[in-house]
Design a protein around this ligand. Structure first.
Ligand SMILES: C[S@@+](CC[C@H](N)C(=O)[O-])C[C@H]1O[C@@H](n2cnc3c(N)ncnc32)[C@H](O)[C@@H]1O
Length: 393
């Protein structure tokens, strides 16, 4: 642990229970669009609705239950939930009582996931937006995956230093926003005013700005390296016990003719390891297209260098957020310049975003809080990726 790293006694839960909130509401006013998006996600993960009919599902950290509304439309037999935040559980129970979340049987356990015990096994185990951020993510994943039946599927989210970089840049605003002299509501207001323009660059908005800034800026959820949990970390955790099934976005390709694949050939986990680093540039900026990467001949070594530099930026961001001042800002900016320097010309939008950020953040540090951030506003990484794995033993 570096001097800047601190630990949170109970990641997520401490912040949510202190403020008595669950700031992860999805906009479900247009329920058909919500269900369409979730169906797309589940199909990408290899889970068409028919596969889940009459099956048993267990969801860890359902939050508001908005996503569970869509999952429950698949006609599950059993849909059980585990969440340790009373506000989440309240909201989930409300939706169950209203019949918005349906299954033949449902059960809600209000407890810390680490403490949850049951002999029951499930066809589908879901852990969305909850593993990265835990202090012991490997132990956490092993625990939740132990509830999968043989042949069952675990769906969860991962992050990487590269996918988090754009978010890390936004976290660096914290010393200008968070202060004991301001009430929590004032801080939400200040952050909303700053980031409204950034979020509006997305063509779709599924969360309120207030929820987003509360959950991502005021909630200092990344306080140590151990909380960054990547797809490769998931492979390391599972070994041969689970096999990679699919991901969203679907990065990987397997062109092999099935008859040519032998027992000694690389398995699905091996394919992920072989190909994962090719996709770093896609993780850095959601606007980057795969053709761009192919054209610019990015290789594994480049990807590892990028991940290393993003890790360095993460390190300095920990110091800034921990010390609550901008004394280390120049180190952070220097690292961003190094990142921009290695990006291929084809990633011009990302380079411009970094340039505008490094100008802007200096002004923020000087107290010019209403500075506009130009091209930086529309730079977002693929913060979290979804993965599905099948239990083998
Ligand atoms: C970031 S929210 C994600 C909510 C929802 N899955 C989504 O993706 O929108 C994390 C949820 O997991 C719960 N949670 C986090 N850590 C937990 C733990 N150790 N034990 C129980 N619940 C936890 C929180 O209370 C919250 O409801």
């Amino acid at each position: 642990m570096t001097p800047s790293e601190k630990s949170v006694a109970k990641p997520f839960l401490d912040f949510y229970t202190t403020h008595n909130i669950i700031p992860t509401h999805q906009d479900i006013s247009d329920i058909e669009s919500h269900v369409f998006r979730r169906n797309y996600l589940y199909r990408t993960l290899g889970l068409p609705p028919s596969l889940l009919k009459n099956k048993r599902a267990l969801e860890f950290g359902p939050g508001t239950g908005d996503n569970a509304i869509a999952t429950s439309m698949y006609g599950l037999d059993t849909y059980d939930f585990v969440d340790g935040n009373p506000s989440s559980v309240r909201e989930l129970r409300r939706k169950l009582d209203l019949g918005l979340i349906k299954a033949n049987t449902t059960k809600v356990a209000e407890t810390n996931v680490y403490d949850y015990r049951d002999q029951v096994k499930y066809d589908l185990v879901i852990a969305e937006g909850i593993i990265p951020g835990q202090d012991r993510p490997k132990e956490f994943l092993n625990h939740i995956a132990s509830f999968c039946t043989l042949g069952g599927i675990a769906v969860f989210t991962t992050t990487s230093y590269t996918s988090l970089l754009a978010e890390i840049c936004r976290n660096v605003f914290r010393p200008a926003i968070v202060s004991e002299k301001k009430s929590f509501e004032q801080q939400v207001q200040i952050a909303s005013n700053i980031f409204r323009d950034h979020l509006s660059t997305f063509s779709v908005s599924t969360r309120s700005i207030e929820d987003w800034v509360t959950d991502n800026i005021l909630h200092n959820w990344l306080v140590s390296h151990s909380q960054v949990f990547s797809l490769v970390d998931a492979l390391d955790t599972f070994g041969d016990r689970f096999q990679f099934y699919s991901s969203s976005p679907r990065f990987l390709v397997d062109y092999r003719w099935y008859k040519s694949v032998r027992r000694a050939s690389p398995d699905f986990n091996g394919i992920v390891r072989e190909q994962y680093h090719n996709f770093s540039a896609l993780l850095l900026d959601y606007r980057v297209k795969q053709e761009t990467i192919q054209r610019s001949q990015i290789d594994r070594e480049w990807a590892l260098r990028l991940e290393e530099l993003c890790k360095q930026a993460f390190d300095i961001h920990l110091i800034i957020c921990h010390d609550q001042n901008f004394n280390s800002l120049m180190n952070f900016i220097d690292t961003l310049h190094s990142i921009s320097h290695i990006l291929p010309a084809e990633m011009g939008e990302t380079k411009s975003a970094i340039t505008d950020y490094t100008h802007g953040i200096r002004k923020i540090a000087r107290g010019e809080i209403d500075h506009q951030f130009g091209a930086f506003r529309s730079w977002w990484g693929r913060g979290q990726q979804y993965a599905s794995f099948v239990r083998e033993v």
